[in-house]
Design a protein around this ligand. Structure first.
Ligand code: PMP
Length: 404
């Protein structure tokens, strides 16, 4: 094999090799055979684990109505993709989902993509445009940065995490250039569980007349009285955020991504977003799962969200009372800060041995030296599950020197 090609493979594989040597691959790739207790317990090779690894915040992924809707749809519309959204791939359920999402988020229009990643790639690249500037929160998801890189001659500038003053001063400098600027941030940050000050960020964007796009992958179903996301959390009018992006594959147990905005914005992204029109569409049965998920999420949403919030508060309080650092978490995403990468892997492995599945997060997902166990719970957790999770996290932390 040519040496240059071998070098490329080696550099790509180095981190994986290290994780294999440490024997921690099972943490990332636990082979789940089935779930119990509404997804709270993962069963793998006959062993049960409390599942604080996933993103199924609403805890409705095991609902029979959803799998029933999938089966029924597959029997009438089949299982294929049939082509991209613009070539035979669109069916009535894609349209129904787009109409429903636009209605839920108080926007004129919505476009559904094959994933949240595909939605960000299309929306950010198109809305930043040729030679434009994406001004993004420094902790923004990789797909947002990649979207900006797809726009020819565009560049990425970053403002300090959740820092409205820094956003303002960066905007003042950047507006000296005659370029389009799109501000992009997230609603809730998936590795920290903190809520972005979207009320203030929106105010700054309106003041300087620049559009704001918010990635709500981890805020829809996580914040807001009914799980509506940051607009509901901050009681904002629908036009406070120009483009809302979300995913159907986290709190909602389906798959796909979407953007909501004015018809003109959505049409522009459909017309130019490569990930929209060059990729085979999601099959109809996935849309059936998405639609049914939205229906179930709308049943008793206040009760579900109250339970999620009180369970998260309870777990955070138990961990903090024992001296564990949960950073700036305000939601059901509760990182347990460790710092050192190796210690974090060892800690996660010991938790797994004790029956709790949490994924260690290290560079490049978070800054180097800020490794943490990413713990997230769903609305299906009972107080008993919470207590068990806390006991394991604390006892493993003591044994492994995370806590003195
Ligand atoms: N945005 C954020 C903030 C995410 O965390 C993710 C998924 N990890 C995505 C976008 C991509 O969503 P999807 O998994 O639907 O591609």
């Amino acid at each position: 094999m040519r040496k240059n090609f071998q070098d490329v493979l080696d550099s790509a594989i180095n981190q994986v090799k290290m994780l294999r040597q440490l024997g921690v691959m099972g943490l990332f790739f636990l082979e789940v055979d089935h779930f119990e207790d509404d997804g709270v317990v993962a069963v793998s090779d006959g062993k049960k684990y409390i599942n604080v690894a996933g993103y199924s915040y609403l805890g409705i992924s095991q609902r029979r109505e959803i799998s029933g809707a999938v089966a029924e749809c597959a029997s009438s519309l089949g299982v294929g993709s049939h082509g991209s959204r613009v070539i035979a791939g669109t069916n009535a359920l894609h349209i129904r989902l787009e109409e429903r999402l636009a209605e839920i988020h108080g926007k004129e229009a919505c476009a559904v993509f094959n994933s949240g990643t595909a939605a960000n790639l299309a929306a950010v690249s198109v809305l930043v445009g040729k030679g434009g500037i994406a001004l993004v929160d420094e902790l923004s998801h990789r797909s947002i940065l990649d979207g900006a890189r797809l726009a020819k001659g565009a560049r990425v500038e970053k403002f300090k995490h959740n820092d409205t003053e820094d956003l303002k001063s960066k905007l003042e400098i950047l507006l000296e250039e005659d370029r389009n600027i799109l501000v992009v941030c997230e609603g809730v940050y998936s590795m920290d569980g903190d809520v972005a000050p979207i009320d203030d960020i929106s105010h700054v964007c309106k003041t300087y007349d620049v559009p704001l796009m918010v990635d709500e992958a981890h805020s829809i179903g996580v914040v807001g009285a009914t799980g509506g996301g940051v607009s509901e959390h901050f009681s904002l009018p629908p036009d406070a955020i120009d483009v809302k992006m979300g995913t159907m594959g986290k709190a909602m147990p389906g798959y796909g991504g979407f953007i909501c905005g004015t018809r003109e914005i959505v049409d522009a992204v459909r017309a130019q977003g490569a990930s929209y029109f060059f990729s085979g569409a999601l099959p109809a049965y996935v849309m059936a799962a998405n639609l049914k998920s939205l229906e179930i999420a709308a049943e008793s949403p206040h009760e579900r969200m109250d339970k999620l919030r009180s369970s998260a508060d309870s777990l955070r309080a138990k961990l903090n009372a024992e001296g564990l650092d949960t950073g700036d978490s305000q939601t059901c995403i509760i990182p347990v800060m460790v710092g050192d990468e190796m210690q974090c892997y060892g800690y996660a492995k010991l938790c797994l041995d004790k029956g709790l599945w949490a994924v260690p997060i290290s560079w490049p997902a978070v800054p180097f030296g800020e490794a943490r166990l990413r713990v997230s719970i769903s609305a299906s957790f009972t107080e008993e599950h919470i207590q068990k999770a806390a006991d394991i996290l604390v006892s493993a932390a003591k044994e492994f020197g995370v806590l003195d």
